[in-house]
Write a protein that binds this ligand. Structure first.
Ligand code: NAP
Ligand code: F7E
Length: 350
C-alpha cells in the first residue's frame, strides 16, 4: 500500500518531534521544516528518529525553511504535495510575545496564512488536509466552569491574539475554498521534551539539579496561576485523529482538570522526597523545605506577565464523542515522568 505523506512545520519543537515519532511508527513518510541555525542544538530532539540522507527508504526528511517566507511555503507544498500538513510552527512563548509582539504576529498569523495560500495556489484543496495548532490561550481567563468549542474567545496576550488570526483564517479557508482545514484548540501539554523555559520543565529541571546538589534557588513568577496540564504524547494522537475525522472541524483537547504552579511544585519536589511549604503572597511568596527550612523557591516580579491568564480548564467532550479521544496520563504521572527523565538526564551529563 502507498505510504501516506505528512509535512510538519515546527518539527524541531516538542509537539513536532512527538508527532513525527508517532507518524513514523504509523508507517508515514514524514517531511519536516527546520530553520537554519548556527548550531546543531535546534534539531537535538530529533536525534532518536534522525535518518541520514543516504539511507534507503528513508521515512524522515528535513527541509530548511521558514513559515514566514511565502515563496518557501509555496515551493515546499509544490514539491512534497503532502496528504496531511500539520502546522505547528510558532513563536509559542506567551511571555516572550509581550517583548516581541510584531515578530510573534508575523510568524504565528502570517505563517498560517502563507501555508493555506500555498495549498490554494498549488491546487491542493482536495489533496492536502491541514491541521492548525490553535491554543487555549485564545480564551483568556476562565469565566464559567470550563471552556469548549462554543466559548467566546478573549485573548490576553500578543501570542493569543496572533493565534486567534490563525484560527479564523483556517476556518475561513475551510469555508471559502473547501480545504480540509481543522483547528485543534489545545490546552497546555507537557513532556520530557518540553521547552526549558516553560514553567513545568523549568521546575522539573531544577528539581533534578537540586536532587544532586541540594542547593540553589528557583525564581518563578505567579505561583497561583492555574493550567489544564496534559501529556503531549496523548495530544499528538489527538491531532492525528482530528485529521482522520471525515469532516474538517475544530476540537478542544484537554484533561478537564486544572492545577496551580504551586501544585506542580509540590508534586515535583515530592518526587525527591521534599515536602515544600509556601509562605507569603504574590511576588513576595517563597517555598521552603519543611524539614530543613531552606528556601528553595522565590516568586519574583520579573517573571510576572503584563496580563496574566489566571485559570484555564478545557472541556474535551466533543473530541471524546466524535474522535473517541481522551487523555490517558494523569497530572501526578505527568510530573513524575518529567522529573524522572530530568534526573536521568542530569546524572548522565554531570
Ligand atoms: P515549541 O516547542 O516552541 O516548537 C515550536 C516550533 O516552531 C519549533 O520547531 C520552532 O523551530 C518552530 N518555529 C518557530 N518559528 C518558526 C518559523 N518562523 N518558521 C518555521 N518554524 C518555526 O512549541 P510546541 O510546544 O511544540 O507547540 C507546537 C504548536 O502548538 C505551537 O504552534 C504552539 O503555539 C501550539 N500550542 C502549544 C501548546 C503546548 O502546551 N505545548 C498548547 C497549545 C498550542 P526552532 O526549533 O528552530 O525554534
Ligand atoms: O506558563 C506561570 C505563567 O509559559 C504557565 C504554551 O505552550 O501553553 C503554553 O503557554 C503558567 C503561566 O505556559 C513562571 O505566568 C510562573 O501562568 O509554561 P508557561 P503558558 O503561558 O500557559 C499554551 C496553551 C500555549 O499555547 C503556549 O504555546 O506558569 N509561571 N512562573 C511561569 N511561566 C514561565 N514560563 N516561567 C516562569 O518562571
Amino acid at each position: 500500500m502507498k505510504k501516506k505523506i505528512a509535512l510538519i512545520s515546527g518539527i524541531t519543537g516538542q509537539d513536532g518531534f512527538l508527532l513525527a515519532k508517532f507518524l513514523i511508527e504509523k508507517n508515514y513518510i514524514v517531511h519536516g521544516i527546520k530553520r537554519r541555525s548556527s548550531s546543531l542544538h535546534s534539531t537535538v530532539r530529533l536525534d532518536t528518529i534522525y535518518q541520514d540522507k543516504f539511507v534507503k527508504n528513508q521515512s524522515l526528511h528535513l527541509h530548511y525553511g521558514d513559515v514566514s517566507d511565502p515563496a518557501f511555503c509555496c515551493r515546499i507544498l509544490k514539491d512534497i504535495k503532502p496528504d496531511e500538513l500539520y502546522h505547528l510552527a510558532a513563536q509559542s512563548h506567551v511571555a516572550i510575545s509581550f517583548e516581541l509582539p510584531h515578530y510573534t504576529a508575523s510568524v504565528n498569523s502570517l505563517g498560517t496564512l502563507n501555508l493555506l495560500e500555498a495549498i490554494r495556489i498549488n491546487s491542493l484543496e482536495k489533496k492536502t488536509r491541514f491541521y492548525n495548532a490553535g491554543s487555549s490561550e485564545m480564551y483568556g481567563s476562565l469565566k464559567g466552569s470550563s471552556q469548549n468549542e462554543k466559548t467566546p474567545f478573549c485573548p490576553q496576550s500578543p501570542y493569543a491574539t496572533s493565534k486567534l488570526f490563525s484560527y479564523w483564517i483556517t476556518k475561513n479557508y475551510r469555508e471559502s475554498y473547501k480545504i480540509f482545514a481543522s483547528n485543534g484548540i489545545l490546552f497546555n501539554h507537557e513532556s520530557y521534551s518540553r521547552g526549558e523555559t516553560f514553567v513545568t520543565r523549568k521546575i522539573t529541571m531544577f528539581v533534578a539539579k537540586y536532587n544532586k546538589l541540594k542547593k540553589g534557588t528557583l525564581y518563578l513568577g505567579n505561583l497561583s496561576s492555574k493550567r489544564d496540564w496534559g501529556f503531549a504524547g496523548d495530544y499528538v494522537q489527538g491531532m492525528w485523529k482530528i485529521i482522520q475525522h471525515p469532516k474538517a472541524d475544530d476540537f478542544v483537547l484537554a484533561t478537564g482538570k486544572s492545577y496551580s504552579v504551586r501544585d506542580f511544585l509540590r508534586e515535583a519536589f515530592k518526587c525527591i522526597n521534599i515536602e515544600i511549604v509556601f509562605k507569603g503572597k504574590g511576588s513576595k511568596e517563597i517555598g521552603f523545605d519543611l524539614k530543613t527550612k531552606k528556601i528553595i523557591v522565590k516568586s519574583i516580579a520579573h517573571y510576572y506577565r503584563p496580563n496574566e491568564v489566571t485559570n484555564l480548564i478545557g472541556d474535551y467532550s466533543k473530541a471524546k464523542k466524535l474522535l473517541k479521544w481522551k487523555p490517558k496520563t494523569k497530572f501526578k504521572a505527568l510530573v513524575k515522568m518529567m522529573v524522572s527523565s530530568d534526573i536521568k538526564g542530569y546524572l548522565q551529563q554531570n
